[in-house]
Design a protein around this ligand. Sequence first.
Ligand code: PHE
Length: 464
Amino acid sequence: MRLPAVLLLGASLFFAACTGGSGGGAEAPKEVVIGQYGSLTGSSATFGISTKNGIELATDEINAKGGISGMPLRMVVEDDQGKPEEAATAVNKLISRDRPVALLGEVSSSRSLAAAPIAQKNGVPMISPSSTSVKVTQQGDYIFRVCFIDPFQGTVAAKFAYNSKGIRKIAILKDVKNDYSVGLAQFFNETFVKLGGTVTGDEAYSEGDNDFKAQLTKLIAGQPEALFVPGYYTEVGLIAKQARQLGFTGPLIGGDGWDSDELVKIGEDAIIGSYFTNHYSVDDPTPAVQNFIRNYEAKYQSKPDGLAALGYDAAVILYAALNDVAKDPAMAAALGDRSSDPAKEEAKKAARSRLRQALAQTKNFPGVTGVITIDADRNANKAAVVVEVTKAGPKFVESVPADGGPAGSPNDGAPPPTNQAPVAGEAAGAVPAPGGVAPGGPPPGPPPGGPPPGAPGVAPPPAK
Ligand code: PHE
């Protein structure tokens, strides 16, 4: 059979692309491919976009310094529209189409939980910058995160409400479709009750709802002093408005899922004066943090939120581990190999397994969001901040050190946030030495294990 010339040409181009050859059997240019999946659209779109921006900033910085052993990093992003089932599809697509050496994502715990088993099964290390549900890293030994987890966050929020704000009666409104929201509500509840507080009501909604009046009416009838609303910003903004319409005047308290510029755009005045727990504060005077903010603003003309900072940290930690693995030339060759040649698969798998080990060994890494040490469960023990929602953006209220134990005590209102350690070296993006350990050893500042053991437990509630 004779094939038309154009088809033959198409076929040979296709062959060249598949084999990584450029015609005469030469290797395709080496590059290290990273996959990101996240919500670039949908009701939590700012999560994915900010994370992508943070990752891109880190990627550009590393590429400007020569990439990974001279190979450029290339980031491939898939939009999951904020849906768990799409997150699974996105990760399947990234792995089969782009063959990334590692994955960054997701922000939302429910989406990370949907995709993590796929990364685990394929032996592709995955780092979630910001999923806080305990269950995420339990999906397997290839699954990491660079943020604190919800038992800590829930404790921080409960202690803030009880100790710092003097609240004794609170009602909870959670998103039952959201693993993070359900878990955080539970941990908050446990600590608040242990402290001596009363939970006057506990109601639920589902992501995408826009009328919360029935639940709010019930909750307000129980006469709580505050509402704990561990959801994402779109619903939280609407809940705040409807709570005010129903006459509720107390503060709302929430978690990191509030972290978006959109929160105040949706909630307007109704959300001003409320509080949430978060991973970092733009008010932190630490040079590394301010440096990051300056670089981010220069690139994106906006202030980085916590997601951007965590995306940046996740990427920088990944690139440090990649640099470490790529010191071995055989490993570097496997990491940069873009071919789909089955004969190379074993070597690539071995390189990803080495990458997994290097990530697991990350210690005292001076990130923008705090000092990061990956523990035996592949989680990071880090400090949290509490911020107040103001018209000008989130305002720092207090910092709570990661204490590893029954965590988190407000730091008696001492003014500067203390969750960040100074960075040795110029930019926070400085590539640390092998093993993800910062150059010059552990940075000064809080010890990796958390605050001194004698940190005060329950402080008397200040006058409101
Ligand atoms: N912690 C949230 C979750 O697990 C995600 C999130 C992190 C949202 C940080 C905003 C900021 O679902």
